[in-house]
Design a protein around this ligand. Structure first.
Ligand code: HEM
Ligand code: CU
Length: 551
């Protein structure tokens, strides 16, 4: 059957209804929408804006670090820049990026539902997010903070910089996070289409589900830790200040109790994207659905017991450090299970090297690399040497940029036709993804060497012997920045001039492709009945389609 015929087969249900972008026109139709797809698109715009802003600060930092001596900016400006860079990237980009954009857009489509369980709560979470962003950035305009994104006490409670507005903003962002997480969990439980048993739930949904569980349990603890910092900053109770009888290590405990699980809030959704992509582009079910599903929940659970690995040198007994180290390595086992499953999925698949698949390969390489260095820094004896050096900076960028950002970009390309009804230029996609990879590797690989050689993090000047590696890293970062801009241009151009997409351009068996391209306002004209799994590649496209809609 030709593409055109296939399109007709899918079309009748959607025949007369306008797609979600055209359904209700006007600004009102957008600002007051409760359509999960439009809310996802608005989040998309916001997080991209914040990625650009956070990236701009990164470029300034790297420009300063080209030479050993201070050149561009003052020391205290540098401190504010890396704080803002971290705060923006973590809370305004990484955490909301995949769940709020792609989770929002896709969860109902993948579950065969017409929306999330609480559409109004979803819209509210967008506005709460925007308010949180506004307050956080207001703090930046009011002079910013110089504490680093970690707000370590007692410095954060005594510095004269704008800590209070920034932690207030982050608190509000946390409220939005919780609203969204709650919505996703309830949706997964209550909104599944008829026939969608638990083992027919797509792996991306499970990843978002596991992420939401972490969000619900960890975010209140973040709220508590930064609220205490804010209160201490205003009233000088000395909760964390030893001079006033407080305990600074206590802050680190509660901060990392959130912030270690938070790294899984960032990576799990990317793992979900990757699981979908590898299956589609190899035209095979994942080597083991259960392995990926169980390891997601395993990561979500064990991830709560490893926070102490950030505090090996903060006054912790050798025994405790050993326990935290071992538990950290235990989480890595779940990650390894996923990696083996993805690799095994490729085995004997009919692989197509389109842009999302290329991002999958980059993801795999960088995640394994970053994960292994994680195991290394979780070893107490090694971490005493590497703690607070560029080695740690390289470790977490390998995973957060190398893996989460590549997951985000894989999603941006893979679901582009679904979201916007058009195809991007594949050639440019391949080119820009290769440039992203090259730029990334050049930026962060030298930082492992720098850290190991003893260059501390968060310094704006350094001894001359570190210069060539720093210059390399800065060069890489400009390449990465350029490549990301080009990626954005490629997608923006496609928005208007891209070839029209067919309903299922990648020949996927995912349920989201069973809706019209682009989806209508309520997703499905007739509520679907599911009689197959999301990875049934042994069925032809027609057979697969017939087992989703009742007619
Ligand atoms: C494979 C499992 C992992 C292990 C065993 C691990 C271990 C560690 C350890 C021990 C540290 C502290 C090093 C130090 O400060 O001296 C650390 C730092 C960090 N890791 Fe990982 N990690 C893993 C995966 C991840 C993932 C998946 C992410 C992000 C998505 C991540 C993000 C971070 C961040 C952001 C920091 C540093 C925070 C800061 O001090 O600013 N890690 N990791
Ligand atoms: Cu950690």
């Amino acid at each position: 059957m030709s593409d055109a015929q296939a399109q007709d087969e899918h079309a009748p249900e959607a025949g007369h209804e306008a797609d979600y972008l055209r359904a209700d026109g006007g600004l009102r139709g957008w600002l007051l929408t409760i359509d999960h797809k439009r809310i996802g698109i608005m989040f998309y715009g916001l997080v991209l804006l914040f990625l650009l802003l956070g990236g701009l600060f990164a470029m300034i930092l790297r420009a300063e670090l080209i030479t050993p001596e201070p050149t561009l900016i003052q020391a205290d400006t540098y401190n504010r820049m890396f704080t803002l860079h971290g705060v923006i990237m973590v809370w305004l980009f990484m955490i909301p990026s995949i769940p709020n954009v792609f989770g929002n857009f896709l969860l109902p489509l993948m579950l065969g539902a017409k929306d999330l369980a609480f559409p109004r709560l979803n819209l509210a979470s967008l506005y709460v997010f925007a308010l949180g962003a506004l307050v956080t950035l207001g703090g930046a305009v009011a002079g910013g903070a110089d504490t680093g994104w970690t707000f370590y006490a007692p410095y954060s409670t005594t510095t004269p910089t704008a800590v209070v507005p920034i932690v207030t903003g982050i608190f509000i962002l946390g409220v939005s996070s919780i609203m969204t997480g709650l919505n996703f969990i309830v949706t997964t439980h209550t909104m599944r289409a008829e026939g969608m048993t638990w083992t027919r739930v797509p792996l991306f949904v499970w990843a978002i589900y596991a992420t939401s569980v972490i969000i619900l349990f960890a975010t209140p603890v973040l709220g508590m830790s930064i609220t205490l910092v804010g209160i201490d900053h205003i009233y000088h109770f000395g909760i964390f200040d030893p001079a006033l009888g407080g305990d600074p290590v206590l802050f680190q405990h509660i901060f990392w109790f959130y912030s270690h699980p938070a790294v899984y809030i960032m990576i799990l959704p990317a793992m979900g994207v990757i699981s979908e992509v590898v299956s589609t582009f190899c035209q095979k079910p994942p080597a083991s659905y259960m392995a990926i599903f169980i390891s997601s929940l395993g990561i979500a659970f064990v991830g709560f017991f490893t926070w102490g690995h950030h505090m090996f040198v903060a006054g912790m007994s050798t025994f405790d450090a050993g326990v935290f180290g071992a538990l950290s390595m235990f989480v890595a086992i779940f990650s390894a299970i996923k990696v083996f499953t993805w690799v095994a999925t490729m085995y004997r698949g009919s692989i197509r090297f389109s842009t999302p698949m290329l991002y999958f390969l980059f993801f795999l390489f960088l995640f394994v690399f970053g994960g292994m260095t994680g195991v290394a820094v979780a070893t107490q004896s090694l971490d005493v040497h590497w703690h607070d050096t560029y080695f740690v900076v390289a470790h977490f960028h390998f995973i957060m940029v190398g893996a989460t950002l590549t997951g985000f970009l894989a999603a941006a390309h893979y679901w582009f036709p679904k979201m916007f009804g058009r195809m991007y230029s594949e050639r440019m996609g391949l080119l820009t993804s290769a440039a992203v990879f090259a730029g990334f590797f050049l930026t962060f690989f030298p930082q492992f060497l720098l850290g190991n050689a003893g260059m501390p993090r968060r310094y704006y000047a350094y001894p001359e012997r570190f210069q060539w590696l720093n210059a390399l890293s800065s060069g890489g970062s400009f390449l990465l920045g350029g490549a990301l801009l080009l990626t954005l241009v490629n997608l923006l151009v496609a928005l208007r001039w891209g070839r029209k997409a067919t309903p299922n351009p990648w020949d996927s068996r995912g349920f989201e492709w069973e809706t019209a391209t682009m989806p209508i306002k309520h997703n499905f004209a007739v509520p679907p009945r599911i009689q197959r799994g999301p990875y049934d590649y042994h069925l032809t496209e027609e057979e697969a389609h017939a087992r989703v809609s009742p007619g």
